[in-house]
Design a protein around this ligand. Structure first.
Ligand code: SF4
Ligand code: SF4
Length: 114
């Protein structure tokens, strides 16, 4: 028996869960929301200068953007140097980052172990 059910719809394109315009550029750890950066970041570039990994630059809006997040040591220097509170690491976040760093160090000492 010929089955002729037609399940086609007008639009098979799945909705983009996060449209490009709303994707957040990679920011340094502790960076405020985009609205927070707009309110606080002056584009002074101090965070860029202090980053020991040289992975920060200013985007066209003058906000810090992270290129090469895998090289970020989560040292927090960019937050320390920001006098405007645009990057702010709470004690809790610092503790979390320290834990991540410790785990990463352990993993690099014992590659393949799990
Ligand atoms: S140090 Fe602070 S105010 Fe200056 S560019 Fe970096 S985030 Fe913006
Ligand atoms: S946490 Fe340290 S390594 Fe990472 S972006 Fe900030 S200054 Fe650079």
């Amino acid at each position: 028996m010929l089955h002729t059910d037609d399940h086609t719809t007008d639009d098979h394109t799945p909705p983009d869960p996060l449209p490009t315009a709303r994707r957040r550029p990679p920011r340094p750890p502790g960076a405020r929301s985009e609205d927070g950066l707009a309110a606080r970041c002056t584009g002074c570039g101090d965070c860029v200068s202090v980053c020991p990994a040289s992975i920060l630059s200013l985007d066209p809006d003058g906000y810090p953007v992270l290129r090469g997040a895998d090289r970020c040591g989560h040292c927090g220097l960019c937050a320390d140097v920001c006098m405007f509170g645009a990057i702010e690491l709470t004690a809790r976040t610092r503790a979390g980052l320290a834990l991540v760093m410790a785990i990463e160090r352990g993993m690099s000492r014992h590659p393949g172990e799990g």
